[in-house]
Design a binder for this molecule. Structure first.
Ligand SMILES: Cc1cc2nc3c(=O)[nH]c(=O)nc-3n(C[C@H](O)[C@H](O)[C@H](O)COP(=O)(O)OP(=O)(O)OC[C@H]3O[C@@H](n4cnc5c(N)ncnc54)[C@H](O)[C@@H]3O)c2cc1C
Length: 509
C-alpha cells in the first residue's frame, strides 16, 4: 500500500482534508492535475510584478471556521490582512454607502444618510443573527438528517416562527422589503446575496441575505501575497506532517476492485491506498475517472447550470478613484456596484436568453490597497466580477465575443471610477468557458453545482452521497460539489476529514 489515503485534486477543500489526515498521522498522497495547488484558490504572477488570483479572492466564509487555528496555518506562511470597511457601494448620483465590521458604526452612518435605515439595519442583524449562526453550525457538520433536524429545532431566531419561515422561504430579493425603504441599501444587500448564484427572484433563497449578520462576526480578510497563499500554506502543512503533494499529476482513473476503490492511476503509474478521497468536481470523479459501470444513478440529474459569473483581472499603473468617494477606504472594501434590483433582474433576464449582461452589476476588488506585494509601487490590481454570463451563448462563441464582453464590463466600471481604462497595463478575462477549460469548473460554475435548495445539505451532490461517502467502499468525496457547497470555506474538507478519520481509526477502510 503506497498511502493510507490517496487524494484526487488539490483544491482548498481536498488540501484541508489532507492536512487534518496528515496531522493525525496518516500517510497522504495528493495528486493535482495543474502545475500549482489550490484550484479555484490560487495566485500567479501573470503580468510582471502583478499577482493575479485565478479564483476566489475574498476570504469570508473560512473566517467563520476553526480551520486556520486548528491547522496552525500561520506557522506555514499564512498571514491574514483584515478588511474594514467590509463593503462600499457607490451610486451614479454620487451617493455612497459603507458597511463597516462594527454594526453600530454602520447603523450610525446609515441613519445620517437615510433616517431610520440605520435602526432598521440593526434590527435586521439582531433578528437574524441566531438563525445565521445555526446555519453556520450546520455547515460545519456532516449533513445527516439527524444533525440538520437538531439544528433546525434548536434554532432560535428572535422572530415568531411563522414570520421566520416566511422570510426563509421567500426569494432573497423580496426579504429586504420587510425591513428597508431605501433602494440603494436594498440593492447592496441583494447584490451581495446574489454572489452564490441563484437569482434574487428564486423561492427558498431568503437565507442568502439573512446571512448578512455573519459578515459582522467573521469579517473579511486577504492572505498577504494573494489568495493562493492559503493553499500554499496548506501544502506546507501537509508536507510538514509527512504527506506528499504532487503537481502536474493528473489522475487518469480511480481504480475499483469489485465495489471497493483501491487507488489511482497517474501518468500511467498506479498508487494504492486504504481510501481514496476525491476533491474534484463530481462530474470529473464519476463522469470521467471511474468506469461507467460504477456511475451512480442520478448523476445525469445533477444541476450544474449554465455558468453565472465572469471576472476581468486588470493590472493598473495607478490606483482607481471613485467619483462617489475618492478616499482609500473605498478601495479597502469589497465594492458592490449595483444601481438597483432592476439592474440585477435585467442582467438575469438577458442571461436566461443566452446573452451576457449588457449592463452588468459588478463586484470590484482592489486588494493592493491593503497589500503592497500584489503590484509594483504605485500600481494596483483590480478585479471586476460581473453577473450574469451564460456558459452557452445564444449567439456566437466565447472566443468570438470575449473581447467585446470584457470591454463592456470595464466600460460599466469606468462610469464609477473614470480614468481606470487609461491605466490598464495587462489583463486576463475569465469567462465561463475559460473557467471550465483552465480550472475544471464544469460549465463555468464556480460553486461546482447550483446552490439551490434542491442541491443543498443532504441533497448535495445527491441523496445517499451527502455525508462524504459514496456507494463504493473506500471512496470518499470533498469539495464544492458536496455540503455545504462553493466558496472559500473549507468546511467540506474539514467535515470529510472527520468522517474519514473515524473510519480509518476504526479500521473500517
Ligand atoms: C473566478 C472565481 C472567483 C471566486 N470568488 C470567490 C470569492 O471571492 N470568495 C469565495 O468565498 N469564493 C469565491 N469563489 C468560489 C471558490 O473559489 C470555489 O467555490 C472553491 O475554491 C472551490 O474549491 P474546491 O476545493 O471545492 O474545488 P476546486 O478549487 O474546484 O478544486 C478541484 C481541484 O481538482 C483538480 N482536479 C480536477 N480533476 C483532476 C484530476 N483528474 N486529477 C487531478 N486533479 C484534478 C483541479 O485542477 C482543482 O485543483 C470564486 C471562484 C472563482 C473561479
Amino acid at each position: 500500500m503506497d498511502y493510507d489515503v490517496v487524494v484526487v485534486g488539490a483544491g482548498h477543500n481536498a488540501l484541508i482534508s489532507s492536512a487534518y489526515l496528515a496531522k493525525a498521522g496518516y500517510k497522504v498522497g495528493v495528486f493535482e492535475r495543474r502545475d500549482i495547488v489550490g484550484g479555484a484558490v490560487s495566485t500567479k504572477e501573470l503580468v510582471p510584478g502583478y499577482q493575479f488570483d485565478l479564483g476566489g479572492s475574498a476570504h469570508i466564509l473560512i473566517r467563520l471556521t476553526p480551520i486556520i487555528d486548528e491547522l496552525h496555518l500561520s506557522e506555514f506562511g499564512l498571514e491574514y490582512l483584515e478588511l474594514d470597511p467590509l463593503f462600499f457601494a457607490p451610486f451614479p448620483d454620487g451617493d455612497s454607502i459603507f458597511i463597516h465590521r462594527d454594526v453600530d458604526k454602520t447603523a450610525h452612518e446609515l441613519d445620517l444618510k437615510f433616517p431610520g435605515e440605520g435602526e432598521a439595519y440593526k434590527r435586521f442583524i439582531d433578528d437574524w443573527q441566531p438563525f445565521a449562526e445555526s446555519v453556520r453550525e450546520m455547515f460545519l457538520m456532516s449533513p445527516s438528517p439527524l444533525n440538520i433536524g437538531r439544528k433546525m429545532v434548536g434554532n432560535k431566531t428572535r422572530l415568531h416562527w411563522k414570520e421566520s419561515l416566511r422570510s426563509i422561504f421567500r426569494p432573497y430579493g423580496d426579504v429586504v422589503d420587510d425591513y428597508f425603504k431605501e433602494e440603494k441599501l436594498k440593492s447592496l444587500l441583494v447584490w451581495m446575496a446574489a454572489q452564490s448564484g441563484p437569482p434574487p427572484t428564486e423561492p427558498i433563497t431568503g437565507p442568502f441575505v439573512l446571512w448578512q449578520a455573519l459578515y459582522h462576526v467573521g469579517g473579511m480578510a486577504r492572505p498577504r501575497g494573494g489568495s493562493g497563499i492559503l493553499t500554499q500554506a496548506l501544502k506546507r502543512c501537509i508536507e510538514h506532517h509527512g504527506g506528499e503533494v504532487h503537481t502536474s499529476a493528473p489522475v487518469e482513473e480511480i481504480l475499483v476492485d469489485g465495489t471497493r476503490a483501491t487507488g489511482v492511476r497517474v501518468n500511467g503509474q498506479i498508487y494504492t491506498g486504504r481510501a481514496v478521497l476525491a476533491g474534484a468536481h463530481i462530474l470529473e470523479t464519476f463522469g470521467r475517472l471511474i468506469g461507467s459501470e460504477h456511475r451512480p444513478k442520478g448523476l445525469d440529474k445533477v444541476r450544474v447550470g449554465n455558468g453565472f459569473g465572469a471576472i476581468l483581472r486588470l493590472a493598473l499603473d495607478k490606483p482607481i478613484t471613485y467619483t462617489a468617494h475618492p478616499g482609500k477606504e473605498a478601495r479597502v472594501a469589497l465594492q458592490l456596484i449595483c444601481r438597483d434590483r432592476l439592474q440585477l433582474n435585467k442582467a438575469y433576464g438577458e442571461y436566461l436568453a443566452g446573452e451576457p449582461a449588457s449592463d452588468p452589476p459588478i463586484v470590484a476588488m482592489t486588494f493592493s490597497a491593503v497589500d503592497d506585494t500584489l503590484a509594483p509601487p504605485g500600481g494596483e490590481v483590480l478585479w471586476l466580477w460581473g453577473q450574469y454570463y451564460p456558459y452557452e451563448l445564444a449567439k456566437g462563441t466565447w472566443k468570438e465575443r470575449e473581447e467585446a464582453v470584457a470591454e463592456r464590463l470595464l466600460d460599466t466600471f469606468e462610469q464609477y471610477a473614470p480614468g481606470t481604462k487609461a491605466s490598464v497595463v495587462g489583463q486576463l478575462f475569465q469567462h465561463p468557458e475559460w473557467l471550465e477549460r483552465e480550472l475544471g469548473l464544469f460549465r463555468g460554475n464556480v460553486m461546482h453545482l447550483e446552490m439551490s435548495i434542491d442541491q443543498m445539505f443532504m441533497m448535495r451532490p445527491m441523496m445517499g452521497m451527502a455525508e462524504y461517502k459514496t456507494h463504493l467502499k473506500g471512496l470518499y468525496l470533498t469539495g464544492a460539489s458536496t455540503h455545504p457547497g462553493g466558496g472559500i470555506m473549507g468546511a467540506s474538507g474539514r467535515n470529510a476529514a472527520h468522517v474519514l478519520l473515524k473510519d480509518l481509526d476504526r479500521k473500517r477502510v
